[in-house]
Design a protein around this ligand. Structure first.
Ligand code: AHR
Length: 526
């Protein structure tokens, strides 16, 4: 990308502060989710007998691709599936299929707790188990904790794990009590009062088995549900879980076009703010937010048990659905979480494999959809700290959504700022003027651009790389650089920066009043 955008209408002015080292965010916002739904597990990551699978039945090409996403944590086995799931069906040498009333199909149970933990270790992620608070009990939840985490000899469930061939504990740190138990679509839905007590009592039992686990539970940005929950059980919780899907495709699979889809880009920020306000209403500053199911596109699963209703789920596999709208929305979602890094400590894209996920798996291989590349960029290329910044600029036609979205990050070595810049406009390139610490950089910098040949571009089996990130050198003139339409651009700006006319500003410690001492920051002595 050569033009610096001089002469192009300015889409945004972004000022990044170097006055502080910013806020370190939790990498768990790059988390993932896999549910026993359609082909996410069976025929997705788990395909015994495939030439592409190992002896455990894990698709090795899927493991390789998921590792490119550097997932810190993966949530499993649901989602709605958990609300009638009994974990005992998925452990040990004898697996009996069970009819899953949530998704109205038979689950073979050949992929269970041990398989999931092993798969997480293979992709380098922490396992995160979501318990059954629909038909399940506090005792069943705490027994699962004992099965996974207690040393053999502690009790019958720990001994059972050892008998099943795993003498050492699995050490599962992340646990959720329930899934969306507020919804009438959920098996075993509860009232707010019932929910608060069940979570309190389940948390007590689980923590008495292993006080070291991190506990989350199903919440929502709605005072009537979440306030009683926090009042009764907040003291046991690390985070409350919220979910978001912004293109409602559950019943009618009519994916929104680029414009309408991108016009919903402020939705995640709204949900975060509402949830933050509810947390602020109770004196529980330590409780964070986990957006532990999110995607632009809702999954398609029309009601009913008919063969047609079940077969309709194949429509989720239409790769043409996942365009640059999904990529641009994904960048905006992650920016919203990272800008709220003080309270948002986990997010899990729903799901990782197949359905609406970044990775499409077919018998001959995998397709990295547009969102895959955005998730990989964010998980691999950002600095560890989010810098304070302000932005002003044009909005997309017809709404209050800014054309340009951004996130500025500082790497721990204090010598590099990586700025993620999104141009949401479907057709126009825009010039963005960027300053750091009040200085407008001039020079040519390393960058990665993901834009694709058009707003509706997508990857599929026949064209797996139609949309792919491109490493470029970007020319910046007095802070101005050009952003292609429907694009996500990562720019690396070294500190100190070449600011103007070849001058290299060599401020004391890069104009930062802070310097990195070991792994922590301390105010620079005058
Ligand atoms: O459409 C998938 C479902 O969406 C998940 O199982 C559930 O948690 C959410 O309502």
């Amino acid at each position: 990308m050569s033009s610096s955008g001089v002469g192009t209408a300015v889409g945004a002015r972004i000022d990044v502060s170097l006055a502080t080292p910013g806020t370190r965010y939790a990498r768990d916002v790059f988390g993932h989710f896999v549910e026993h739904f359609h082909r996410q597990v069976y025929g997705g990551l788990f395909e015994p007998g495939s030439d592409l699978s190992d002896e455990r039945g894990f698709r090795l090409d899927v493991i390789q691709a998921v590792r490119e996403l550097a997932p810190p944590v993966v949530r499993w086995p649901g989602g709605c599936f958990v609300s009638a799931y009994h974990w005992l069906d998925g452990v040990g040498p004898q697996r009996r299929p069970h009819y899953d009333p949530a998704w109205r199909v038979t689950d073979p149970n050949t992929f269970g707790t041990a398989e999931f933990v092993a798969w997480c270790r293979a992709v380098g992620a922490e396992p995160y188990l979501c318990t059954n608070a629909g038909t399940g009990t506090a005792e069943e939840m705490s027994a699962w904790v004992e099965y996974t985490n207690a040393p053999a000899g502690r009790g019958r469930w720990a001994d059972l794990r050892a008998e099943h061939g795993s003498p050492e504990p699995f050490d599962v740190r992340w646990w959720s009590i329930g899934n969306e138990n507020y919804g009438d679509w959920e098996i075993g839905a509860k009232t707010a009062a019932e929910w608060a007590v069940l979570v309190r009592e389940s948390a007590k039992m689980m923590l008495r088995v292993d006080e070291g686990i991190h506990l989350l539970t199903a919440a929502r940005a709605e005072l009537g549900w979440t306030l009683p929950l926090l009042t009764e059980a907040g003291r046991y919780l690390d985070m409350i879980s919220i979910h978001g899907y912004w293109d409602d495709l559950w019943q009618a699979d009519e994916p929104s076009a680029y414009g309408p889809a991108v016009s919903r880009s402020l939705g995640p920020q709204t949900e975060i703010e509402r949830t933050r306000n509810i947390l602020g209403a109770v004196d529980l500053s330590g409780v964070g937010i986990a957006f532990d199911e999110w995607n632009l596109r809702g999954w398609h699963h029309p009601d009913g048990t008919s063969a047609e209703a079940i077969a309709a789920r194949d429509r989720n596999d239409d790769n043409s659905t996942y365009t640059m709208a999904d990529a641009v929305f994904t960048a905006g979602f992650l920016n919203a979480c990272l800008r709220n890094a003080d309270v948002v400590r986990m997010a899990n894209v729903a799901p990782t494999v197949n359905t609406r996920g970044p990775l499409f798996v077919h018998p001959g291989g995998v397709v990295r959809r547009t969102t895959f590349h955005v998730l990989a960029l964010y998980a691999q290329a950002l600095g560890e700290r989010v810098l304070e910044s302000t932005a002003a600029g044009a909005d997309l036609e017809g709404g209050a959504v800014p054309v340009v979205d951004h996130l500025a990050t500082l790497h721990d070595d204090g010598r590099r700022v990586t700025v993620a810049l999104t141009n949401r406009h479907p057709t126009d390139a825009v010039a963005c003027v960027l300053t750091l610490g009040g200085h407008a950089p001039t020079g040519t910098f390393d960058a990665t651009v993901l834009d694709g040949p058009g707003p509706d571009a997508y990857n599929d089996v026949e064209h797996p790389s139609r949309v792919a990130p491109e490493r470029v050198r970007v020319e910046v003139t007095e802070g101005s650089l050009l952003l292609p339409p429907h694009s996500v651009t990562f720019v690396d700006l070294p500190l100190p920066l070449p600011y103007a006319a070849g001058e290299v500003l060599a401020p004391a410690a890069h104009d930062l009043p802070w310097r990195l001492v070991g792994r922590s920051w301390s105010r620079r002595t005058p």
